[in-house]
Design a protein around this ligand. Sequence first.
Ligand SMILES: [Zn+2]
Length: 235
Amino acid sequence: MSQISMLYQLQLVDSERLRKRRALIDAESNLGETPGLQQARAILVQEKTVLSHWSGRLRDLDLKLKGLNGKIKNKEQRLYSGGVHNSKELQSLQADLDQLRRRRDKTEDSLLEAMTEVDDREALVSEAQAVFGQIEEQWKAEQDTLHVTVSQLRDEMGVLEERRRELRASIDEADVDLYDSLLRSKGGLAVTVLKGELCGGCRVRVPSGLAQRVRQGQELVLCNNCGRILVSGYL
Ligand SMILES: [Zn+2]
């Protein structure tokens, strides 16, 4: 392979490396949890917290109601046993019983309210769980694909690196220096194809004599406008 062909190959390799590096950065930036997944999880955690609050309240109210029922039963037994004859004591017993019954009514109301809340909250948790599960499943599939892509790109970059090293080792040092300097100053394009008589880099027509020398491929010819290395299309 001629020096010019190798310079052109080097340019193709470097352009491909640049494309792959950008794709790799892009793919890597999408690895990890997405805002959508985090948000769905946060909503699920929040709904579970609220449900847990209401479940706790329901348990407390249930215990309270059992306690009140026990006390009411005791008082009723004493009141209806016929064992208490003192009218003051009877009045006091009746008053206690009335108060306990009122407390029981209020507790039963609160208990019903808590049961409704628990039902509603359980439905919301199920809903949030379903949404999170769906998003997580889709996210996992995307992450799997991304991991494969990243791995492939890294392998391909490795192959290109190797090819780049081989080419640079085979090209004259002065030409490699010129190539590197052009690559830096010409936006990553140091070697370009001459299309007819148009420079593929700056799109300006080169003199016929210069185009002729490029086609002969015996020497390094630079575009008289942009300074890029020109190669003929058949390379
Ligand atoms: Zn040019």
